[in-house]
Design a protein around this ligand. Sequence first.
Ligand SMILES: C[S@@+](CC[C@H](N)C(=O)[O-])C[C@H]1O[C@@H](n2cnc3c(N)ncnc32)[C@H](O)[C@@H]1O
Length: 509
Amino acid sequence: MSDSSLPAPTALPAADRPDVAARLRDALLGASFTADGLLELLGAPAYAALARSETVPALRATRGDTPLELLVRLFLLQQPVPAARVADVLPVPECLEAGWLTRVGGDELAATVDVRPYGGLDGEDWFIVSDLGCAVGGAGGIGSREEGVVLGVGGASTTLAGITVRTPVGSALDLGTGSGIQALHASRHATRVTATDVNPRALHITALTLALSGAPAADLRQGSLFGPVRDDETFDLIVSNPPFVISPGARLTYRDGGMGGDDLCRTLVQQAGERLNEGGFAQFLANWQHVEGEDWQDRLRSWVPRGCDAWIVQREVQDVTQYAELWLRDAGDHRGDPAEYQVRYDAWLEEFEARKVKAVGFGWITLRRTGSAVPSVIAEEWPHPVEQPLGDTVRAHFARLDYLRDHDDAALLDGHFRLVGEIVQEQVGLPGAEDPEHVVLRQQRGMRRATTVDTVGAGFAGVCDGTLSAGRILDAIAQLVGEDPALLRDRTPAQIRLLVEQGFLEPAH
Ligand SMILES: C[S@@+](CC[C@H](N)C(=O)[O-])C[C@H]1O[C@@H](n2cnc3c(N)ncnc32)[C@H](O)[C@@H]1O
């Protein structure tokens, strides 16, 4: 649905001039145009305001004449800057020739794309390229733009980057690469990175992001979902922050996949299984419908392909009105004609009503290919704050599932366990009561889970330092509390299993 009244997208810098990208990169780094440099220059409030698409505080903080202020105005705030001043900081003739800069008026230069400094997980100084006005703050007011606009880094992008398992692998696929942020992360630990997108402009921008960040080029392929992947091709890692928005009709390529309801996310999950190598991970952000009369967990479990373990975490649920408003605002519709806003809002609710959708869940779906005859599929709700990056936590979750699958209760009692670091115990009960009503174990790291245990569970966890087997610890506790050891051995494995599954205890090898 292209609208001829929309502004035409600007011409992009040449993707086949890595020499110019390298010179530009050196110049940007030389002026401290980095994530740290930006935060220091703007200060936390103005920096945070940018993430809300509010540029006034940043404009006020960059009224000076230093090279860094100049670059922020040029590449993040879409301000024309006097050519003579730019020449002191950037290789202007090359940047003009390769299309990173353009002349406006007689003696001013403007950027053709946004460039946002972005710090990698290991402190790398990277740059994310996106369409003008899209580097920060997601898409507030994007509705007045061309449908193929390419956004920069949003909250969803960094969430996926944070939860991705970062073990070294041979091959990684970033499906729906957009600005290339996930491909850029993957380039650090995957020998070969393939990045796909339906939008050719996104692939062009991904090439620029990688070149400007000094990362190896990726194998860029245009097409929908797994279409660009050859039949015989499989990957060690698949990541996708897909266009997951459930909407009454496709409008913006970056968020609307063009399939009805949550079919795009379901298709992605279902088709990922056969694209994964044994032991490989597929990690997705997704939205899913809560349909009247259906259990959301059962619905999501039914998506999991054969031969894969899965961990599905629902982080948030919104009712249909909140959901419609969120995406109407994302498109800037709330700033337009009120009558049109009403029509759009109504269309959204009509769509949900027709599909019997009551609410929409937001969350993470991780698959791991195991080929196990007994797949482990966990669908849970965890809306509380977590500690990013979570990649190691995700990897360890699946390793513990392997352990539990391989150990029946007798083997579990022969096993040795260690209490994971930085777990605290909280006792909950009425003020002044002698004994707590219940005991809570709380993780300070990773998923930051809390779980209620009985006094045996708490005592057991406290003793676990890997020295004694679980059975020996239970025998000692039985003696202490005057309980039959056989009965205790019988009833406790379920609790130990839960503590291992949730990452409070880990097998001590
Ligand atoms: C939400 S953006 C994610 C961009 C980037 N990977 C990130 O994490 O920020 C979704 C991307 O998927 C692309 N896309 C939309 N429909 C697609 C489809 N059917 N197949 C593959 N990519 C698609 C869009 O063009 C957009 O670049």
